[in-house]
Design a protein around this ligand. Sequence first.
Ligand SMILES: OC[C@H]1NNC[C@@H](O)[C@@H]1O
Length: 453
Amino acid sequence: MNEQAPEMPTDSPPSGFLWGAATSSYQIEGSPLADGAGPSIWHRFAHTPGRVLNGDTGDIACDHYRRWREDVTLMASLGLNAYRFSVAWGRILPEGTGRVNQPGLDFYRHLVDALLEQGIEPMLTLYHWDLPEALDARGGWASDASPGWFADYARILYRALGDRVRLWITLNEPWVITAGGYLFGDLAPGHRSQSETPIVAHNLLRAHAAALASGRAEGIERIGLAVNLEPQYPASPLADDIAATARRDAFINRWFLDPVFFGRYPAEMEAIFGTAWPEYSASELDALRAPPDFIGVNYYSRSVVRADPTEQPVGARRVRQDARPHTAMDWEVYPQGLTHILAWIQGRYGNPPVYITENGAAFDDPPPVAGRLHDRQRVAYLRSHLRAASRALRRGVDLRGYFAWSLLDNFEWSYGYAKRFGLVRVDPVDRQRLIKDSGRFYRDAIRRYEGRA
Ligand SMILES: OC[C@H]1NNC[C@@H](O)[C@@H]1O
Protein backbone atom coordinates (compact mmCIF):
# COMPACT_ATOMS: atom_id res chain seq x y z
CA MET A 1 0.00 0.00 0.00
CA ASN A 2 1.29 3.42 -0.91
CA GLU A 3 3.04 4.82 2.15
CA GLN A 4 1.55 8.19 1.39
CA ALA A 5 -2.00 7.01 0.73
CA PRO A 6 -4.31 8.66 3.27
CA GLU A 7 -5.97 5.24 3.86
CA MET A 8 -8.93 6.96 5.50
CA PRO A 9 -12.65 6.20 5.55
CA THR A 10 -14.22 7.33 2.32
CA ASP A 11 -17.12 9.20 3.85
CA SER A 12 -16.53 12.71 2.61
CA PRO A 13 -16.72 15.62 5.06
CA PRO A 14 -19.62 18.09 4.93
CA SER A 15 -19.50 20.56 2.05
CA GLY A 16 -17.51 23.67 2.92
CA PHE A 17 -15.28 21.70 5.30
CA LEU A 18 -12.12 23.69 5.98
CA TRP A 19 -8.72 22.11 5.53
CA GLY A 20 -6.18 24.37 7.09
CA ALA A 21 -3.01 24.82 9.01
CA ALA A 22 -2.45 27.01 12.06
CA THR A 23 0.28 29.32 13.34
CA SER A 24 0.59 32.23 15.74
CA SER A 25 2.21 35.65 15.50
CA TYR A 26 5.08 35.44 17.99
CA GLN A 27 5.92 31.87 16.93
CA ILE A 28 6.48 32.57 13.23
CA GLU A 29 6.66 36.30 12.37
CA GLY A 30 10.00 37.55 13.68
CA SER A 31 10.65 41.33 13.41
CA PRO A 32 8.80 41.88 16.70
CA LEU A 33 9.53 45.63 16.80
CA ALA A 34 9.38 46.42 13.09
CA ASP A 35 7.40 49.33 11.64
CA GLY A 36 6.40 50.84 14.96
CA ALA A 37 5.32 47.66 16.75
CA GLY A 38 5.49 47.66 20.56
CA PRO A 39 7.15 44.80 22.50
CA SER A 40 5.09 41.93 23.88
CA ILE A 41 5.48 40.00 27.12
CA TRP A 42 7.03 37.20 25.02
CA HIS A 43 9.65 39.56 23.62
CA ARG A 44 10.66 40.38 27.18
CA PHE A 45 10.28 36.80 28.47
CA ALA A 46 12.38 35.26 25.66
CA HIS A 47 15.09 37.86 26.24
CA THR A 48 15.20 37.02 29.96
CA PRO A 49 18.07 34.58 30.53
CA GLY A 50 16.98 31.09 31.53
CA ARG A 51 13.35 31.39 30.41
CA VAL A 52 13.66 29.78 26.97
CA LEU A 53 15.73 26.72 26.02
CA ASN A 54 19.05 27.60 24.35
CA GLY A 55 18.24 31.29 24.83
CA ASP A 56 16.04 31.17 21.70
CA THR A 57 13.86 34.19 20.95
CA GLY A 58 11.22 35.18 18.40
CA ASP A 59 13.45 37.92 16.98
CA ILE A 60 13.60 36.09 13.62
CA ALA A 61 11.47 32.94 14.13
CA CYS A 62 10.32 31.85 10.63
CA ASP A 63 10.85 35.39 9.28
CA HIS A 64 7.21 35.28 8.21
CA TYR A 65 6.83 39.04 8.67
CA ARG A 66 9.02 39.38 5.58
CA ARG A 67 8.29 36.06 3.82
CA TRP A 68 4.50 36.07 4.13
CA ARG A 69 3.91 36.16 0.36
CA GLU A 70 6.07 33.01 -0.07
CA ASP A 71 4.18 31.34 2.75
CA VAL A 72 0.79 32.06 1.21
CA THR A 73 2.05 30.48 -2.01
CA LEU A 74 3.22 27.50 0.05
CA MET A 75 -0.24 27.13 1.61
CA ALA A 76 -1.82 27.14 -1.84
CA SER A 77 0.64 24.47 -3.02
CA LEU A 78 -0.50 22.30 -0.10
CA GLY A 79 -4.10 22.68 -1.24
CA LEU A 80 -5.22 24.41 1.97
CA ASN A 81 -8.57 26.20 1.75
CA ALA A 82 -8.10 27.86 5.16
CA TYR A 83 -5.34 29.33 7.33
CA ARG A 84 -5.47 30.14 11.02
CA PHE A 85 -3.14 32.85 12.25
CA SER A 86 -3.02 35.32 15.13
CA VAL A 87 -2.53 39.07 15.23
CA ALA A 88 0.25 40.57 17.37
CA TRP A 89 -1.63 43.09 19.53
CA GLY A 90 1.52 45.22 19.83
CA ARG A 91 1.72 45.72 16.05
CA ILE A 92 -1.77 47.27 16.12
CA LEU A 93 -1.53 49.14 19.45
CA PRO A 94 2.15 49.52 20.43
CA GLU A 95 1.14 50.72 23.92
CA GLY A 96 -1.71 48.24 24.08
CA THR A 97 -4.32 51.00 24.02
CA GLY A 98 -4.62 54.40 22.36
CA ARG A 99 -2.55 55.13 19.26
CA VAL A 100 -3.12 52.76 16.32
CA ASN A 101 -0.02 51.77 14.33
CA GLN A 102 -1.18 51.78 10.69
CA PRO A 103 1.77 49.70 9.32
CA GLY A 104 0.74 46.93 11.69
CA LEU A 105 -2.82 46.92 10.40
CA ASP A 106 -1.48 47.05 6.83
CA PHE A 107 0.61 43.91 7.37
CA TYR A 108 -2.41 41.85 8.34
CA ARG A 109 -4.62 43.40 5.67
CA HIS A 110 -2.09 42.46 2.97
CA LEU A 111 -1.83 38.93 4.39
CA VAL A 112 -5.63 38.50 4.42
CA ASP A 113 -5.98 39.87 0.88
CA ALA A 114 -3.28 37.48 -0.39
CA LEU A 115 -5.03 34.55 1.29
CA LEU A 116 -8.37 35.47 -0.24
CA GLU A 117 -6.76 35.81 -3.67
CA GLN A 118 -5.65 32.17 -3.33
CA GLY A 119 -9.10 31.02 -2.18
CA ILE A 120 -7.80 30.46 1.35
CA GLU A 121 -10.27 31.33 4.15
CA PRO A 122 -8.56 33.33 6.92
CA MET A 123 -9.34 32.40 10.54
CA LEU A 124 -8.05 35.23 12.73
CA THR A 125 -7.12 34.69 16.39
CA LEU A 126 -7.19 37.99 18.26
CA TYR A 127 -4.98 36.82 21.13
CA HIS A 128 -2.39 34.05 21.06
CA TRP A 129 -0.36 34.97 24.17
CA ASP A 130 1.66 38.03 23.08
CA LEU A 131 0.19 40.72 25.36
CA PRO A 132 1.75 44.16 24.85
CA GLU A 133 4.43 44.70 27.49
CA ALA A 134 2.90 48.13 28.18
CA LEU A 135 -0.31 46.46 29.38
CA ASP A 136 1.54 43.94 31.53
CA ALA A 137 3.16 46.96 33.20
CA ARG A 138 -0.39 48.10 34.06
CA GLY A 139 -1.32 44.74 35.63
CA GLY A 140 -1.83 42.67 32.50
CA TRP A 141 -4.60 40.05 32.63
CA ALA A 142 -4.70 40.43 36.42
CA SER A 143 -6.00 43.98 35.93
CA ASP A 144 -9.72 44.60 36.18
CA ALA A 145 -9.30 46.86 33.14
CA SER A 146 -7.99 44.06 30.89
CA PRO A 147 -11.37 43.04 29.38
CA GLY A 148 -11.90 46.65 28.25
CA TRP A 149 -8.43 46.85 26.72
CA PHE A 150 -9.12 43.63 24.81
CA ALA A 151 -12.56 44.67 23.57
CA ASP A 152 -11.15 47.98 22.26
CA TYR A 153 -8.31 46.16 20.48
CA ALA A 154 -10.77 43.65 19.01
CA ARG A 155 -13.03 46.45 17.77
CA ILE A 156 -10.16 48.04 15.84
CA LEU A 157 -9.55 44.75 14.04
CA TYR A 158 -13.24 44.04 13.45
CA ARG A 159 -13.55 47.46 11.78
CA ALA A 160 -10.33 47.06 9.77
CA LEU A 161 -10.81 43.45 8.60
CA GLY A 162 -14.43 42.53 9.32
CA ASP A 163 -15.33 42.98 5.64
CA ARG A 164 -12.94 40.19 4.58
CA VAL A 165 -12.35 37.96 7.63
CA ARG A 166 -15.39 35.79 8.43
CA LEU A 167 -13.95 33.51 11.13
CA TRP A 168 -12.68 35.07 14.35
CA ILE A 169 -11.35 33.61 17.56
CA THR A 170 -11.13 35.73 20.69
CA LEU A 171 -8.58 33.82 22.79
CA ASN A 172 -6.28 30.91 22.14
CA GLU A 173 -6.21 28.46 25.04
CA PRO A 174 -7.21 30.59 28.05
CA TRP A 175 -6.22 27.63 30.25
CA VAL A 176 -2.62 27.73 29.02
CA ILE A 177 -2.52 31.54 29.28
CA THR A 178 -3.65 31.20 32.89
CA ALA A 179 -1.87 28.04 34.08
CA GLY A 180 1.33 28.61 32.09
CA GLY A 181 1.62 32.34 32.65
CA TYR A 182 0.31 32.77 36.19
CA LEU A 183 0.25 29.43 38.08
CA PHE A 184 3.17 27.27 36.95
CA GLY A 185 5.19 30.18 35.52
CA ASP A 186 6.77 28.40 32.54
CA LEU A 187 5.17 30.84 30.07
CA ALA A 188 5.10 34.63 29.90
CA PRO A 189 4.68 36.62 32.09
CA GLY A 190 6.14 33.85 34.31
CA HIS A 191 4.13 34.39 37.51
CA ARG A 192 3.55 31.65 40.11
CA SER A 193 0.58 32.72 42.16
CA GLN A 194 -2.40 30.64 43.27
CA SER A 195 -4.23 33.79 44.32
CA GLU A 196 -3.66 35.63 41.00
CA THR A 197 -4.60 32.61 38.85
CA PRO A 198 -8.41 32.57 39.34
CA ILE A 199 -8.49 36.36 38.90
CA VAL A 200 -6.67 36.08 35.55
CA ALA A 201 -9.01 33.29 34.41
CA HIS A 202 -12.02 35.39 35.34
CA ASN A 203 -10.67 38.41 33.46
CA LEU A 204 -9.96 36.29 30.38
CA LEU A 205 -13.55 35.07 30.45
CA ARG A 206 -14.78 38.66 30.85
CA ALA A 207 -12.49 39.64 27.96
CA HIS A 208 -13.92 36.90 25.75
CA ALA A 209 -17.44 38.08 26.56
CA ALA A 210 -16.52 41.72 25.91
CA ALA A 211 -14.87 40.92 22.57
CA LEU A 212 -17.87 38.81 21.57
CA ALA A 213 -20.18 41.72 22.40
CA SER A 214 -18.05 44.26 20.53
CA GLY A 215 -17.98 41.89 17.56
CA ARG A 216 -21.74 41.59 17.56
CA ALA A 217 -22.00 45.39 17.62
CA GLU A 218 -19.78 45.46 14.51
CA GLY A 219 -21.91 42.84 12.73
CA ILE A 220 -19.36 40.03 13.07
CA GLU A 221 -21.27 36.74 12.97
CA ARG A 222 -18.79 33.93 13.57
CA ILE A 223 -16.68 34.41 16.68
CA GLY A 224 -15.21 31.38 18.41
CA LEU A 225 -13.13 30.46 21.41
CA ALA A 226 -10.16 28.10 21.00
CA VAL A 227 -9.52 25.79 23.94
CA ASN A 228 -6.94 23.10 24.61
CA LEU A 229 -8.85 19.97 25.56
CA GLU A 230 -7.36 16.81 26.99
CA PRO A 231 -9.64 13.88 27.91
CA GLN A 232 -8.85 12.54 31.38
CA TYR A 233 -9.03 8.81 32.16
CA PRO A 234 -8.68 7.33 35.69
CA ALA A 235 -5.63 5.11 36.19
CA SER A 236 -7.74 2.75 38.32
CA PRO A 237 -11.33 2.31 39.58
CA LEU A 238 -10.18 3.46 43.04
CA ALA A 239 -12.39 6.26 44.41
CA ASP A 240 -9.35 8.53 44.92
CA ASP A 241 -8.31 8.15 41.28
CA ILE A 242 -11.86 8.72 40.05
CA ALA A 243 -12.12 11.92 42.14
CA ALA A 244 -8.67 13.10 41.04
CA THR A 245 -9.67 12.55 37.41
CA ALA A 246 -12.83 14.62 37.86
CA ARG A 247 -10.80 17.44 39.41
CA ARG A 248 -8.27 17.40 36.58
CA ASP A 249 -11.09 17.28 34.01
CA ALA A 250 -12.64 20.37 35.60
CA PHE A 251 -9.25 22.10 35.82
CA ILE A 252 -8.27 21.50 32.17
CA ASN A 253 -11.49 20.94 30.20
CA ARG A 254 -14.41 22.64 31.98
CA TRP A 255 -12.89 25.68 33.75
CA PHE A 256 -13.54 27.95 30.72
CA LEU A 257 -16.23 26.18 28.70
CA ASP A 258 -18.73 25.83 31.55
CA PRO A 259 -18.77 29.58 32.31
CA VAL A 260 -19.20 30.64 28.66
CA PHE A 261 -21.99 28.11 28.07
CA PHE A 262 -23.62 27.85 31.52
CA GLY A 263 -22.60 31.02 33.38
CA ARG A 264 -21.05 28.98 36.19
CA TYR A 265 -17.67 27.49 37.14
CA PRO A 266 -17.21 23.75 37.70
CA ALA A 267 -17.90 22.86 41.32
CA GLU A 268 -14.40 21.35 41.64
CA MET A 269 -12.66 24.73 41.21
CA GLU A 270 -13.30 25.80 44.81
CA ALA A 271 -11.79 22.51 46.08
CA ILE A 272 -8.78 22.98 43.81
CA PHE A 273 -8.01 26.58 44.78
CA GLY A 274 -9.40 26.55 48.32
CA THR A 275 -9.28 29.96 50.00
CA ALA A 276 -7.64 31.41 46.86
CA TRP A 277 -10.93 30.91 45.00
CA PRO A 278 -12.85 34.24 45.03
CA GLU A 279 -16.49 34.63 45.89
CA TYR A 280 -18.56 35.54 42.80
CA SER A 281 -22.04 37.02 42.79
CA ALA A 282 -24.73 35.50 40.59
CA SER A 283 -24.53 38.53 38.28
CA GLU A 284 -20.73 38.25 37.98
CA LEU A 285 -21.08 34.61 36.97
CA ASP A 286 -23.97 35.27 34.62
CA ALA A 287 -21.87 37.97 32.91
CA LEU A 288 -19.46 35.20 31.85
CA ARG A 289 -22.16 33.48 29.79
CA ALA A 290 -21.00 34.23 26.25
CA PRO A 291 -21.42 31.12 24.14
CA PRO A 292 -19.14 31.32 21.09
CA ASP A 293 -20.51 30.72 17.58
CA PHE A 294 -18.08 27.80 17.42
CA ILE A 295 -15.57 26.06 19.63
CA GLY A 296 -12.00 25.74 18.41
CA VAL A 297 -10.63 22.46 19.75
CA ASN A 298 -6.88 22.19 20.17
CA TYR A 299 -6.21 18.48 20.69
CA TYR A 300 -2.85 16.81 21.18
CA SER A 301 -3.19 13.98 23.66
CA ARG A 302 -4.97 12.55 26.68
CA SER A 303 -4.04 11.99 30.32
CA VAL A 304 -4.35 8.90 32.48
CA VAL A 305 -4.78 10.23 36.01
CA ARG A 306 -3.84 9.06 39.48
CA ALA A 307 -4.52 10.85 42.78
CA ASP A 308 -1.39 12.47 44.14
CA PRO A 309 -1.59 14.96 47.04
CA THR A 310 1.94 16.16 46.26
CA GLU A 311 0.82 17.47 42.84
CA GLN A 312 -0.86 20.77 43.72
CA PRO A 313 -3.26 22.44 43.29
CA VAL A 314 -5.24 19.60 41.70
CA GLY A 315 -3.94 16.68 43.78
CA ALA A 316 -3.63 14.61 40.63
CA ARG A 317 -0.91 13.66 38.21
CA ARG A 318 -0.60 12.21 34.74
CA VAL A 319 0.60 8.61 34.60
CA ARG A 320 2.86 8.04 31.60
CA GLN A 321 1.61 5.19 29.36
CA ASP A 322 5.05 3.69 28.67
CA ALA A 323 3.70 0.99 26.37
CA ARG A 324 2.36 3.52 23.90
CA PRO A 325 4.11 5.84 21.41
CA HIS A 326 4.87 9.38 22.54
CA THR A 327 5.82 12.55 20.67
CA ALA A 328 8.92 14.65 21.25
CA MET A 329 6.85 16.63 23.79
CA ASP A 330 6.42 13.35 25.70
CA TRP A 331 2.69 13.44 24.88
CA GLU A 332 1.07 10.05 24.32
CA VAL A 333 -0.19 9.46 20.78
CA TYR A 334 -3.87 8.72 21.45
CA PRO A 335 -6.14 9.49 18.47
CA GLN A 336 -9.17 7.95 20.17
CA GLY A 337 -9.07 10.88 22.57
CA LEU A 338 -9.91 13.25 19.74
CA THR A 339 -13.11 11.35 18.92
CA HIS A 340 -13.96 11.18 22.63
CA ILE A 341 -13.45 14.88 23.32
CA LEU A 342 -15.47 15.90 20.25
CA ALA A 343 -18.32 13.62 21.33
CA TRP A 344 -18.03 15.06 24.86
CA ILE A 345 -18.52 18.60 23.53
CA GLN A 346 -21.45 17.40 21.43
CA GLY A 347 -23.17 15.94 24.49
CA ARG A 348 -22.30 18.55 27.12
CA TYR A 349 -22.68 21.82 25.20
CA GLY A 350 -25.49 21.00 22.77
CA ASN A 351 -23.58 20.01 19.63
CA PRO A 352 -22.15 23.46 18.82
CA PRO A 353 -20.22 23.97 15.57
CA VAL A 354 -16.61 22.86 16.11
CA TYR A 355 -13.36 23.32 14.26
CA ILE A 356 -10.28 21.35 15.19
CA THR A 357 -8.14 24.48 15.34
CA GLU A 358 -4.93 22.68 16.32
CA ASN A 359 -3.81 19.06 16.01
CA GLY A 360 -0.30 17.85 15.30
CA ALA A 361 2.90 16.48 16.76
CA ALA A 362 6.50 17.33 17.40
CA PHE A 363 8.98 14.65 16.49
CA ASP A 364 12.76 14.74 16.12
CA ASP A 365 12.69 14.83 12.33
CA PRO A 366 15.45 13.18 10.32
CA PRO A 367 17.60 15.53 8.22
CA PRO A 368 16.41 16.18 4.67
CA VAL A 369 17.87 13.84 2.03
CA ALA A 370 17.83 14.80 -1.65
CA GLY A 371 15.20 17.45 -1.03
CA ARG A 372 12.87 15.15 0.86
CA LEU A 373 12.17 14.88 4.60
CA HIS A 374 10.65 11.54 5.58
CA ASP A 375 8.80 12.37 8.81
CA ARG A 376 7.00 9.03 9.00
CA GLN A 377 5.88 9.44 12.63
CA ARG A 378 4.11 12.70 11.83
CA VAL A 379 2.43 11.13 8.77
CA ALA A 380 1.17 8.31 11.01
CA TYR A 381 -0.01 10.81 13.63
CA LEU A 382 -1.95 12.85 11.04
CA ARG A 383 -3.48 9.76 9.43
CA SER A 384 -4.71 8.33 12.76
CA HIS A 385 -6.10 11.67 13.93
CA LEU A 386 -7.87 12.44 10.64
CA ARG A 387 -9.51 9.03 10.99
CA ALA A 388 -10.50 9.91 14.56
CA ALA A 389 -12.04 13.15 13.32
CA SER A 390 -13.90 11.19 10.66
CA ARG A 391 -15.34 8.91 13.36
CA ALA A 392 -16.62 12.00 15.20
CA LEU A 393 -18.29 13.21 12.00
CA ARG A 394 -20.02 9.83 11.73
CA ARG A 395 -21.32 10.31 15.28
CA GLY A 396 -23.02 13.52 14.19
CA VAL A 397 -20.52 15.99 15.64
CA ASP A 398 -20.93 19.32 13.84
CA LEU A 399 -17.29 19.36 12.81
CA ARG A 400 -16.57 22.06 10.23
CA GLY A 401 -12.85 21.99 9.73
CA TYR A 402 -9.41 20.72 10.62
CA PHE A 403 -6.29 22.87 11.09
CA ALA A 404 -2.98 21.06 11.40
CA TRP A 405 -0.56 22.47 13.97
CA SER A 406 1.57 23.72 12.44
CA LEU A 407 2.18 24.99 8.92
CA LEU A 408 5.83 25.69 9.77
CA ASP A 409 8.41 24.50 12.27
CA ASN A 410 8.36 27.44 14.68
CA PHE A 411 9.13 28.90 18.13
CA GLU A 412 7.65 26.43 20.61
CA TRP A 413 7.57 28.81 23.56
CA SER A 414 9.84 27.76 26.45
CA TYR A 415 11.28 24.99 24.22
CA GLY A 416 12.39 27.51 21.61
CA TYR A 417 13.14 25.85 18.26
CA ALA A 418 13.97 22.47 19.81
CA LYS A 419 10.46 21.10 19.18
CA ARG A 420 9.28 21.04 15.59
CA PHE A 421 5.58 20.64 14.69
CA GLY A 422 5.68 21.79 11.07
CA LEU A 423 4.28 20.19 7.94
CA VAL A 424 7.02 22.32 6.43
CA ARG A 425 10.61 22.37 7.66
CA VAL A 426 12.17 25.76 8.33
CA ASP A 427 15.94 25.67 8.08
CA PRO A 428 17.42 26.96 11.36
CA VAL A 429 20.08 28.95 9.49
CA ASP A 430 18.54 30.40 6.34
CA ARG A 431 14.80 29.82 7.12
CA GLN A 432 14.37 28.06 3.78
CA ARG A 433 11.08 26.17 3.65
CA LEU A 434 10.95 22.46 2.69
CA ILE A 435 7.65 20.58 2.52
CA LYS A 436 7.98 17.41 4.61
CA ASP A 437 6.36 14.07 3.70
CA SER A 438 3.66 15.00 6.24
CA GLY A 439 2.88 18.11 4.19
CA ARG A 440 2.63 15.98 1.06
CA PHE A 441 0.46 13.46 2.91
CA TYR A 442 -1.87 16.23 4.12
CA ARG A 443 -2.11 17.64 0.59
CA ASP A 444 -3.03 14.18 -0.76
CA ALA A 445 -5.50 13.62 2.06
CA ILE A 446 -7.25 16.88 1.25
CA ARG A 447 -7.49 15.89 -2.41
CA ARG A 448 -8.82 12.41 -1.53
CA TYR A 449 -11.32 13.72 1.00
CA GLU A 450 -12.46 16.41 -1.40
CA GLY A 451 -12.82 13.82 -4.15
CA ARG A 452 -10.15 15.40 -6.32
CA ALA A 453 -7.67 12.52 -6.14
O1 LIG B 1 2.37 22.97 21.91
C1 LIG B 1 1.91 23.03 20.60
C2 LIG B 1 0.93 24.18 20.45
N1 LIG B 1 -0.14 24.04 21.43
N2 LIG B 1 -1.13 25.04 21.38
C3 LIG B 1 -0.63 26.43 21.35
C4 LIG B 1 0.51 26.60 20.35
O2 LIG B 1 1.01 27.92 20.43
C5 LIG B 1 1.58 25.56 20.61
O3 LIG B 1 2.68 25.73 19.74
